[in-house]
Design a protein around this ligand. Structure first.
Ligand SMILES: Nc1nc2c(ncn2[C@@H]2O[C@H](COP(=O)(O)OP(=O)(O)O)[C@@H](O)[C@H]2O)c(=O)[nH]1
Ligand SMILES: [Mg+2]
Length: 360
């Protein structure tokens, strides 16, 4: 799963990326205008994993992971100029976007549009993406029309006409400046659209960097869309916390009255936004968070651990996180009868602890 960090030049994308990765890539406008992609795999912070690790004292503790890519080079007017194929291609590969908006005031940091206005900035890049999707939809509609002319009556033609109707719906939405993720699109239709990599179809986390002040994002942006989350954080502060040693960070956060870095919430929110959830495996050797889609069955979860576990799946022992913490061990959970035996089709819930019994 890969989330692309997008935003105007100098909106603080790299600052946020550094906070996510505890890195120190150079910030500031020196790189603006150039296409640049930097990718990093980041642990999903999870207090439940911390608690399970404290309980089992395993040799290894592993968190779920998300990939973030800092995408520099997206700017206004790119769609009109024909956004570079390379950039469009990279954007289309993302599972979701984090759209960084600058709300912080700082006279020493220039703004490509000359003033601080997060709502405008949000709309400006949205326009780019709407337009890129519109161009792709128009292209497809033209090709469908050509094919229909040549197609014989019957099934082939019918299939094309169905696709045409769907693409006309997409076209109307985009012309009305509605992102495609707002539309009701069936699972089957979605499968057909996957290959197009439509940008406005992807879930979006709008991240407002409020700078020196802690302010709710609604102060800066009104943005009501489906598959969309809006959050704010203090970019530079988050980067500084991330770059401290853990003990120093704790002291620092107490001083500034910060219970948890906003970044942790942002990572968790982005994980859920793309439809993922975690289940856990526990033991003396390893406490580990695994990733599956929301709505995944037990056998799919088993397969996330190892394909043999899915092939030889017999049963899964399942206990909720709260019940395991209350019981103190899998054996005690069994005695308390909070541990259940579930079959292949059991729908895994976020926070389940699984032990898969397999014949292989
Ligand atoms: N005052 C202030 N400056 C910030 C903050 N976050 C980032 N900056 C500065 O804004 C400039 C642009 O940041 P950068 O992360 O490079 O933006 P990018 O072009 O979107 O990658 C840099 O000089 C940062 O130091 C913040 O929270 N407050
Ligand atoms: Mg940058």
């Amino acid at each position: 799963m890969e989330l692309g960090i997008i935003g105007l030049p100098n909106s603080s994308k790299t600052t946020i990326f550094n906070a996510l990765t505890r890195g120190d890539r150079p910030t500031s406008a020196t790189s603006s205008g150039k296409l640049e992609f930097h990718t990093a795999v980041v642990d999903v912070p999870d207090p439940r994993v911390d608690a399970l690790s404290a309980l089992f004292k395993p040799r290894k503790t592993l968190y779920a992971k998300v990939t973030y890519t800092d995408i520099a080079g997206l700017d206004t007017g790119m769609a009109q100029k024909g956004l570079s194929g390379q950039l469009r291609h990279r954007l289309s590969q993302m599972d979701a976007f984090i759209h960084v908006l600058r709300a912080f005031e700082d006279a020493s940091v220039s703004h490509p549009l000359g003033s601080i206005n997060p709502q405008r900035d949000l709309e400006v890049l949205d326009q780019e993406m709407l337009l890129l999707d519109l161009l792709a939809v128009q292209g497809r509609l033209e090709r469908i029309a050509e094919s229909i002319k040549r197609a014989k009556k019957g099934e082939e033609r019918q299939t094309l006409e169905l696709e045409q109707a769907l693409f006309e719906r997409l076209h109307d939405a985009l012309e009305a400046e509605t992102p495609l993720r707002d539309l009701e699109i069936s699972e089957e239709e979605l499968n057909g659209l996957r290959g197009f990599g439509f940008l406005t179809l992807k879930p979006m986390l709008v991240l407002v960097n409020t700078g020196e002040e802690r302010v709710a994002p609604e102060r800066f942006v009104a943005y009501d869309h489906r598959h969309t989350v809006i959050m704010s954080l203090q970019g530079k502060l988050e980067m500084e916390i991330a770059q401290l040693e853990p003990e120093e960070a704790t002291v620092f956060m107490e001083e500034f009255d910060i219970a948890e870095p906003a970044l942790n919430r942002m990572i968790q929110a982005s994980y859920q936004l793309v439809g993922l959830q975690s289940f856990f495996t526990v033991g003396e050797d390893e406490v580990r968070a695994w990733t599956v889609r929301q709505g995944a069955a037990a056998v799919e979860a088993a397969g996330a651990i190892h394909s043999d576990l899915a092939k030889g799946f017999i049963r899964a022992e399942v206990v909720t996180y709260d019940d395991l913490i209350a019981a103190g061990s899998m054996a005690e959970a069994k005695k308390a009868a909070t541990l259940r035996l579930e079959g292949k089709d059991y729908l895994v819930k976020d926070g389940d602890i699984l032990h898969v019994r397999s014949s292989l």
